[in-house]
Design a protein around this ligand. Structure first.
Ligand code: GUN
Length: 284
């Protein structure tokens, strides 16, 4: 069997091109505010990339790097000001926050209409009734990648390995809305290999390099690798043992070049949605 390598980079460039064209028709540039508290090295790279892609498509992306010793109240006031600022269409708080912040409380401060990460409890709650414009970016990316090789997901068995707020939990809702049978596995799941064997789709989001081996996989399954780990030899690797899957999986996303570029692109799909909503509101 020939395994399709799902080119997330190429797909993301195509979507970015469309977003760029759409922005050119807008009255003003949509603006994203990115809040980074402290200087976590991985977060610095993610945030710089978000800014770069935003500028490339003609949006404005302003990064506010705030002191890691600021108080939670000060961060909440900062977000409230951005909520009130009509020139800001989307706000993203880069996670993780330093340990003295209550992430749930901080995310709940965001204006749900500007929550381009889809992490406010209002938007996460709306996922349960399939009624939100702003869904978390990584699950959106996973769904697009899956649909590029499986146009109909109805009746497929999808295994999600991971139950985080950013990926696993929201993705389960989104795949159920597509009429998949969803199995949610996590670090305490027993018999992972047996469960993998029945899955038509496997999404791995654990951060454990090469956790998923080819002996676990049903022939022809679609594999989506959300994991991204930098090994001691500096090589970036995912949760799925990529090489061993060739000839066994029906399709697989590479790391890098799969979920990563699509996730940043989905952020700007969300930004354009919130721009359109906020701009229409300002005309009323
Ligand atoms: N940290 C790692 N990934 C993400 C993401 O998608 N959004 C936010 N806010 N923080 C992250």
């Amino acid at each position: 069997m020939e395994t399709i390598i799902i080119d997330g980079k190429k797909m993301s460039l195509q979507i970015q091109e469309n977003l760029k064209k759409e922005i050119q028709t807008f009255e003003r540039k949509p603006k994203l505010a990115v809040i980074l508290v402290g200087d976590n090295p991985a977060s610095l790279i993610y945030v710089a990339n978000k800014k770069k892609i935003g500028e490339k498509i003609g949006a404005e992306a302003e990064v506010f790097q705030l002191s890691p010793v600021m108080t939670e109240d000060a961060l909440i006031s900062f977000i409230e000001e951005l909520n009130q600022n009509d020139t800001v269409d989307g706000i993203l708080v880069q996670l993780p926050l330093p340990p003295h912040f209550d992430e749930n409380k901080v995310l709940a401060t965001l204006d749900p209409n500007k929550d381009v990460d889809g992490l406010h409890p209002h938007n996460l709650g709306n996922l349960f009734i399939s009624k939100t414009d702003l869904k978390p970016c990584t699950p959106l990316a996973c769904l697009e990648l899956i649909k590029s090789v499986l146009p109909s997901l109805e009746g497929k068995t999808a295994l999600i390995i991971g139950r985080s707020r950013l990926v696993g939990k929201p993705l389960a809702q989104m795949l159920m809305a597509e009429n998949c049978t969803v199995i949610q596995a996590h670090s305490k799941t027993k018999n992972m290999d047996e469960i993998c064997k029945i899955a038509d789709i496997v999404v791995a989001a654990t951060g454990k390099p090469n956790l998923i081996q080819s002996s676990y996989i049903k022939k022809g399954a679609v594999l989506i690798d959300v994991g991204i780990t930098r090994l001691d030899n500096k090589k970036i690797t995912g949760d799925i043992d990529f090489e061993s899957m060739l000839g066994i999986a029906g399709a697989i996303t590479p790391v890098p070049g799969g979920v990563g570029p699509m996730t940043v692109t989905m952020l700007y799909v969300n930004l354009l949605n919130s721009y359109k909503k906020n701009f229409a509101k300002s005309l009323k």
